[in-house]
Design a protein around this ligand. Structure first.
Ligand SMILES: CC(C)(COP(=O)(O)OP(=O)(O)OC[C@H]1O[C@@H](n2cnc3c(N)ncnc32)[C@H](O)[C@@H]1OP(=O)(O)O)[C@@H](O)C(=O)NCCC(=O)NCCS
Length: 432
């Protein structure tokens, strides 16, 4: 397997994203497609790419628009990429943009494409509201009615509760448990204290605030003109708090287990709107077009466990596989971007990776996978502070990691993501 990658080497040229804004704030009039178009257009402009070079667009989203389910195609056409390039949408919960990137990489590795734009977008403001099933049956019957009498009959005996809409829940269809409840359960089972969670959350905000102030985070962000007037410009994430403290975090009430819980609005990632875009090429094509890639994909892995087990523990299962495929160990990793769904999840993932018992019982390995120093993990904060538009986060992690590896002159980095359905993702990236 050599260095672990099968097929042509895949380069990541560059990437960018919109600001990540709390749901219901400045992007509330925009759709995921609008945000995706903005991110992809900016990527093309920044890289001075001829859109005619793009062979394919792969885009991730989680809460799909019922009206435009193939968001990739709409983003492509809206961003001015010629129609002859095909585009498809992928969905793997919070790892959807990672799935888009790996699907793009696989087509490049096989030689089916040379230049692919990947990424993802999510609007958690613009979520589809569904009518109840009984009301839907009545509306369908009414639309098929041939007479006024039949139409009226379709609504006979309708109960008020049929009018209550159904909203998409952040819950497992198989168990009914929400993500927050799972995080709460993991905190209890793994003994992750409220204080430890709040400390991680505070760290996320402090480092994200530093990364914003010194421009490392904002240089990846597309400044956005906000509809309807297009007079206001937003060029940074709006969930990062410079005013938070351990004392303030300690006052917040638990949300998912109000009586005995430890997971709060402060130590969870917020519901967020945003989009990301990443340009991938075969190594040869990058050379031919004169690009200096940000880095290369060395390996990746997806793994999964039962949703009734520790739902957000996926990274602890995926990371060792990706590291093995790359032919390296955790000790070789110089920088790590871990998606922060909840502080309880991050700290549970660390605990599992650092446990010999977990390695033997769950991974069938003789020794633990291990950890790296905390000061090499999420060095500009993470999703708790920056926000988490489900379909877009994977693009942010990839680009932020590679840009920081470049600034620090590092060779090897790791990305991990937990995802609904009890899945985990890990990718090893290299600079040279
Ligand atoms: C946790 C959650 C329910 C909180 O939602 P919310 O109540 O709308 O959150 P808010 O931002 O309004 O925060 C609630 C309060 O906490 C305060 N707060 C939040 N973070 C804070 C911080 N770091 N420091 C101080 N105060 C904070 C807010 O100011 C707000 O106070 P207020 O009520 O006085 O205005 C929501 O963010 C959520 O569902 N997150 C999880 C999403 C998820 O499951 N994602 C999938 C994981 S991959």
């Amino acid at each position: 397997m050599g260095n672990g990658w099968i097929g042509r080497r895949v380069a990541i040229i560059d990437g960018c994203r919109t600001p990540f804004l709390k749901a219901g704030t400045a992007f509330k009039q925009m759709t995921a497609i609008d945000m995706g178009i903005a991110a992809v257009r900016e990527l093309i402009a920044r890289t001075e790419l001829d859109p005619a070079e793009v062979d394919e667009v792969v885009y991730g989203t989680v809460v799909h628009s019922v009206l435009a389910p193939n968001i990739a195609r709409e983003v492509q056409l809206g961003a001015g990429i010629p129609a002859r390039a095909p585009a498809y949408t992928v969905s793997r919960a919070c790892a959807s943009a990672n799935q888009a990137i790996t699907s793009a990489a696989d087509s490049i590795a096989r030689g089916y494409a040379d230049v692919v734009i990947a990424g993802g977008a999510e609007s958690l403001t613009d979520v589809p509201l569904l009518v109840s099933r009984p009301l839907r049956d009545r509306l369908v019957a009414a639309s098929r009615a041939k007479t006024m009498g039949q139409r009226v009959k379709a609504f006979a005996g309708m109960k008020p509760k049929e009018l209550v809409p159904t909203t998409p829940a952040i819950a497992e269809p198989s168990t009914g448990e929400t993500m927050g409840e799972s995080a709460e359960r993991m905190a209890k089972e793994n003994g992750i204290t409220r204080e430890a969670q709040d400390r991680w959350a505070l760290r996320s905000h402090r480092l994200a605030a530093e990364g914003t102030a010194d421009g490392r985070l904002t240089r990846e962000i597309v400044p956005m003109y906000i509809p309807p007037t297009y007079e206001e410009v937003v060029d940074r994430d709006n969930g990062i708090r410079t005013d938070t403290s351990l004392e303030k975090l300690a006052t917040l009430p638990p949300v998912f287990d109000r009586r005995y819980g430890t997971v709060t609005a402060g130590n969870s990632s917020p519901l967020t709107d945003g989009a990301s875009a990443v340009l991938l090429m075969s190594e040869e094509k990058a050379k031919a077009l004169g690009y200096e890639p940000l880095g290369y994909i060395r390996s990746y892995a997806f793994a999964a466990l039962s949703p009734s087990a520790q739902l957000l523990q996926g990274p602890a299962y995926a990371a060792p596989i990706a590291l093995d495929r790359a032919g390296v160990t955790m000790k070789d990793i110089e920088l790590w971007e871990i998606h922060e769904a909840f502080a309880a999840q991050v700290l549970s993932n660390f605990q599992a990776l650092d446990s010999n018992e977990f390695a033997r019982r769950e991974l069938g390995r003789s020794a633990k996978v291990g950890l790296i120093d905390e000061d090499r993990i999420n060095v500009m904060g993470g999703s708790i502070a920056i926000g988490h538009p489900f379909g877009a986060t994977g693009g942010r992690l990839t680009v932020t990691l590679l840009n920081e590896m470049k600034r620090r002159g590092l060779g090897l980095g790791l990305i991990t993501v937990c995802a609904a359905g009890a899945m985990g993702f890990a990718m090893v990236l290299e600079r040279a």
